[in-house]
Write a protein that binds this ligand. Sequence first.
Ligand code: NAG
Length: 359
Amino acid sequence: MPSEALAWLAVVLSAHGLLLPGVSGVDRGQFPPDFLFGTAASAYQVEGGYLEGNKGLSNWDMFTHKQGTIEDGSNGDIANDLYHRYMDDTELMHSLGVNSYRFSISWARILPRGRFGDVNQDGVAFYNALIDGLLQRGIQPFVTICHYDIPQELEERYGGWLSTEIQKDFCYFAEICFKMFGDRHLQEKYQGKQGGQIGIVMCVTWYEPFRNTTVDLLAVRRALSFGASWFLDPILLGDYPTEMREMLGPNLPEFTSKQKNRLQDTKLDFIGLNHYTTFYLKDCSFSPCEIDPLTWNARVMRLPKRDGVLIGETTGSPFFLDVPRGMEEMTMYYKERYNNTPTYITENGIASSLSMVFV
Ligand SMILES: *[C@@H]1O[C@H](CO)[C@@H](O)[C@H](O)[C@H]1NC(C)=O
């Protein structure tokens, strides 16, 4: 990775505008040669093959199969069938001209029962074949170790991420991934130099105050604390954001001094930024208004319009308005708050239809 302030990975969900010369006046020649253009997906979104190759059931398999949880009753049993079509799909990526692919490893495909069972060699073979296919086409793998899906057994044994037990399972899984898939990367390009980079990806929305008032400006700070900084502040600054402490009081756990010491030793090689949209934000802490449940406990209301004017252009999804300046503000917020930690744009783009979903 370059040593500049920000290393960029543009994730092309809607590839055309970015890659075709002439469209919106941007072409590839304007970017440095080592700039990474990529596509991104998560295992549950695209793999399918939910019972194939000795895969275990994941919490997402269980959730989508439970009647009434998904409005139209659909699920990811087959999804994009990447499990069978990965060679065609890597070829398609190659033909698009991308040189990186961010994908996630299905935990239940590698460890069907978490640390309570064996490593599934079929699963290892699948990801090895996928990684080899990508490398053969000059596409750099960008691996997400967990994209929300965990083996169902961990959910049943101790409630998944709600229990600190998951630390043992996650470490075990991560180590297996590094051992099984990391070596190739060393052998390839970075042998003797670098063992790859480890970071965490945040999905973040930018906010602008609805009115230029102290309460709305404070509302923006609260919403960013709950949204953009909740996880990164502890890792990089050693504690939860002040605004969260103020709002949640004793409900927010305190770190023990041992945990604080461990946090101080934490190194994060990069921040991954998933960013799609920006909203206006209105205070609901000092003023009466309808609190948006998507903003956790920040006591704010998100609004797409001010004085009858939308904040950005509409897209295929009502959740996303196109506000380019929000991306710049968001990256600057991280740059300033986290002392210039290298940042990749790990997701970005416009929704072309309502069917765009997050898993
Ligand atoms: C907001 O208000 C302050 C002082 O009241 C003023 O200095 C500033 O220019 C205003 N900003 C905007 C964007 O209107």
